[in-house]
Design a protein around this ligand. Structure first.
Ligand SMILES: Cc1cc2nc3c(=O)[nH]c(=O)nc-3n(C[C@H](O)[C@H](O)[C@H](O)COP(=O)(O)OP(=O)(O)OC[C@H]3O[C@@H](n4cnc5c(N)ncnc54)[C@H](O)[C@@H]3O)c2cc1C
Length: 406
């Protein structure tokens, strides 16, 4: 597959590259673009600034219909944009808004919901959070207990959500809630859009081992206490939420742009090894270091090719030439590969830095702003977020290989 001959694509890629090169000069010091950067007020303010700049140009949702704020560009141009943004570690595109609820509404939302929610996402104005997981419902999302009781034209919602990334800065949330006491499990779930400024919502930070201070906490727990949500904010029919959830999940797992970021990080690691001497010689001359760096380059290129294959599959799915089963298998395989590779990358970085890899970004001796100290601790989460590795393997076994469900 060769994307370059697509007319105008090389020029578009250069345009995005030039834009991000300039804008990223305004990033807060030590910016890595990870959750800890985005969690702080300064980081989030920069994120909103870049989003508005992208929104003015119509670049947040390039492939969306013009009617909803997009530019109707091809998915390949969208990929070129994603890769450029990832390479420059640039914020500005809400993975939950533009990446999940937006495409879900485009596919299954009412016309009123599309007109109300899609343009502000495309303008980079409102930010979303994913209110799915609960203390006793993660992989088994059908066990969610947050209950929405119908009362006239509203639902009254009560319950608790957890691990909600970025919710402390978000404006809206898309939530999985239970709407029937008679039906069981997934047959009783509905999908609600909730204004996070509503009365009765409490958002608390959840610190993890990689967010050392609560102001760096990207995770939150959310308590919903008699929160009033209009019925018009329900996506799809009552008790038919599972279909919407599955639609969102496939968008969530495609994650095509991560390899652009890894390419950049590999170049930074190579530069570090060029400049740093050990026993009188640059690290880059050490056979073991060269071997590890070359292996990472191979893995990243393989991931990039697979990501493009997934994109091609999404395009064919859109044309009706590919089955959703094949697409689900590819997305799950790629999600698994990406999370494993992010760990190999972090461990390789730590091995090369040696004991210096344990220094936090605040230390002037920390190589690359303490990048691998953070990565080492946060990369394990990649195997859990967006569905754990075991769940991805179950999907591949059921959907791809036709093995029995257990
Ligand atoms: C970085 C990160 C960001 C996140 N962001 C969000 C967010 O924004 N919004 C949100 O709602 N949630 C979020 N989550 C939560 C995430 O979706 C859940 O952690 C995940 O679905 C797993 O659920 P759990 O933690 O309850 O683990 P469990 O489901 O309890 O799983 C525990 C272990 O059992 C295994 N297991 C469970 N069921 C099966 C099975 N059927 N077959 C084989 N093995 C199984 C799992 O693989 C895992 O190893 C985030 C998590 C992380 C790490």
């Amino acid at each position: 597959m060769d994307f370059e001959p697509i007319p105008g694509l090389a020029e578009a890629r250069k345009k995005y590259d030039d834009f991000f090169r300039e804008e990223m000069k305004k990033a807060p010091p030590g910016w890595e673009g990870g959750p800890e950067d985005l969690a702080t007020h300064e980081g989030h303010a920069f994120q909103r600034y870049v989003a508005r700049e992208l929104g003015k140009r119509g670049w947040v949702c390039l492939a969306w219909p013009k009617k909803y704020g997009g530019l109707e560009k091809s998915h390949f141009e969208q990929l070129a944009f994603n890769e450029a943004r990832a390479y420059w570690k640039a914020p500005g595109v809400d993975q939950f808004g533009a990446g999940m609820i937006g495409p879900t509404l485009l596919a299954v939302g009412s016309e009123e919901q599309k007109e109300r929610f899609l343009p502000p996402i495309a303008r980079g104005e409102i930010w979303w959070a994913q209110l799915w997981s609960e203390p006793n419902a993660g992989s088994d999302l059908a066990a969610a207990q947050t209950f929405a009781q119908r009362e006239g034209d509203d639902y009254i919602v009560n319950g608790q959500k957890c691990w909600t990334s970025g919710a402390h800065h978000a404006d809206w949330g898309f939530a999985v809630v239970r709407t029937s006491r008679e039906q069981t499990r997934s047959r009783a779930l509905s999908y609600l859009l909730i204004d996070l400024r509503s009365q009765g919502i409490t958002i608390n930070p959840l610190a993890t081992m990689s967010s050392h201070r609560t102001q760096e906490a990207y995770f939150n727990e959310i308590f919903l206490d008699n929160v009033r949500v209009p019925v018009v904010n329900r996506v799809g029919e009552e008790n038919d939420g599972w279909r919407m959830i599955r639609a969102t999940m496939n968008f969530e797992r495609s994650g095509l742009s991560a390899y652009g970021a890894m390419r950049r990080e590999l170049l930074e690691l190579i530069e570090f090894c060029r400049e740093t001497k050990w026993q009188g010689e640059p690290l880059l001359n050490k056979p073991l270091v060269r071997d590890r760096l070359a292996q990472l380059a191979i893995d990243i290129e393989a991931g990039m090719a697979s990501a493009r294959h997934v994109l091609w599959g999404q395009y064919k799915l859109f044309l009706g030439e590919e089955s959703p089963r094949d697409q689900a298998t590819r997305s799950s395989s790629l999600k698994y590969y990406r999370s494993e590779l992010s760990q190999r990358f972090a461990y390789t970085g730590c091995q090369i830095f040696g004991l210096y890899s344990q220094l936090k970004r605040e230390s002037r001796w920390a190589p690359l702003y303490g990048k691998f100290e953070k990565e080492y601790q946060s990369c394990l989460g990649n195997n859990i977020a967006s569905g754990t590795t075991e769940i991805q393997k179950n999907i591949i076994a059921w959907e791809g290989l036709g093995l029995p469900r257990i």
